[in-house]
Write a protein that binds this ligand. Sequence first.
Ligand SMILES: [Zn+2]
Length: 239
Amino acid sequence: MQTPSAHQLLHIWEAGQGRPPWVRALLLLEAAETGMEQKALARLPLGERDDRLLELRARLFGETLSSLADCPACGERLELNFSIDDVRLPGPKATAFLFESGDLCVSFRLPDSVDLEALLPGPDAPRALLEACLQGINREGEPAVIADLNEAEITALIAHMGEADPRADLKAAMNCPNCSHSWSARFDILSFLWEELGAWVRRLLAEVHVLARAYGWREDDVLALSPWRRQHYIEWVQS
Ligand SMILES: [Zn+2]
């Protein structure tokens, strides 16, 4: 993995505007995982994708994550700090995934970005995602199709598939210093990182604006400067 340049990050941010989250994830990883082809990145299971986004986040903005949350017990607004290692989980040991219930045996693979691209948002999305990832269904040892499964089996299968790679559903341990309540909250690295990137881009554009106006430099010239040098020039302009 390599750290994308300021110029690349600005381009990613612009290209991701109005695009679905899975596209934004691929834009970020395409700039960071230069040794991997686009097609291979799109075929990464979503847990693996998110694990790489955690690593990218550490490279871009450091290991410490800060977020605001309301305590569900006392309602206090809390600023929580945790580290990337607190939310990072090992990947599944299995390479083939099975769901067995009574006489039913279903093999499936983990969902990836290509599956998300084909998905229409709505209440049928979980079932459509399940169908895309099915590899084989057997009942009493005989081949079967999804139409042979009852609703309870489908629901259990969707839940089982969701738990197959814990990295696709990260949780952060929360503690309220006000009332000592503990809970775990879902942590979506993609939306977290995208929001951080947005704040960073706005700061960067403000720096470009100040330096371009003061010195007559082009945007590319300012972006090519290290953050350290940009900061010094800005201090001199504003002093
Ligand atoms: Zn509390």
